[in-house]
Design a protein. Structure first.
Length: 204
């Protein structure tokens, strides 16, 4: 992770699009320089539509060699500073990257569950859950009480639902009060035990 962390890359934005120097597997933050102010930007999937202070992320940008962010044209963004984890040419991050998976939507007792095919080890939209045609949800701790516009990630947790094979073999990627599906989910799949060279912590 540390070897592939790019902190504060200066990105030129032309015709509302800023292109990173590398493919990214996770984006930590986007800060834009517009004509009137410098602002933090919420992240969306490329199939959603950006509103003010939002950017649509295209993880492979068609070419498969770079990641791009498209800003709202009326924000008149001219530059951005983006921190992210780049995709290496091989290895764990390369092999476990899941790009734009369509999650299965399930709702119970007012909570919306987004079911994925694999357990989520690292979420690619840092601190945020893009929701289709709705406000991006801000991630809170799993034990917290969700308010409007908030949700949490359930790390490495089977759905626990029964009735269909899909539910029984799926994992819960996110839970929100927004009864709408994620646009898509992008993440590093796996369990903590899958991380290479990880050893138990011994405390004396």
């Amino acid at each position: 992770m540390w070897d592939n962390l790019i902190q504060g890359e200066a990105v030129t934005v032309t015709s509302n699009i800023g292109t990173l120097a590398n493919l990214a597997v996770a984006i930590q933050s986007i800060r834009s320089t517009a004509t009137t102010a410098t602002n933090a930007i919420l992240m969306l999937d490329k199939d959603d539509t950006a509103a003010t202070l939002e950017a649509e992320l295209d993880w492979t940008d068609g070419s498969g060699t770079t990641t791009s962010a498209t800003f709202l044209n009326t924000d008149i963004v001219t530059a951005a500073v983006i921190s992210y984890v780049k995709k290496p040419s091989s290895g764990f991050l390369y092999n476990n990257f899941v790009e734009e998976e369509t999650a299965t939507l399930d709702a119970y007792s007012g909570v919306t569950y987004q079911l994925t095919d694999y357990p989520v080890l690292m979420w690619s939209y840092a601190g945020q859950i893009p929701i289709n045609a709705q406000t991006t949800q801000v991630i809170i701790n799993q034990g917290g009480t969700m308010g409007s516009g908030e949700g949490y990630i359930l790390w490495d947790q089977p759905s626990g639902l029964t009735g269909t094979t899909t539910y029984e073999t799926s994992y819960v990627a996110a839970a929100t009060n927004q009864a709408t599906a994620m646009t898509t989910g992008t993440y590093i799949k796996g369990k903590t035990s899958d991380i290479p060279f990880l050893v138990p912590l011994e405390v004396q």
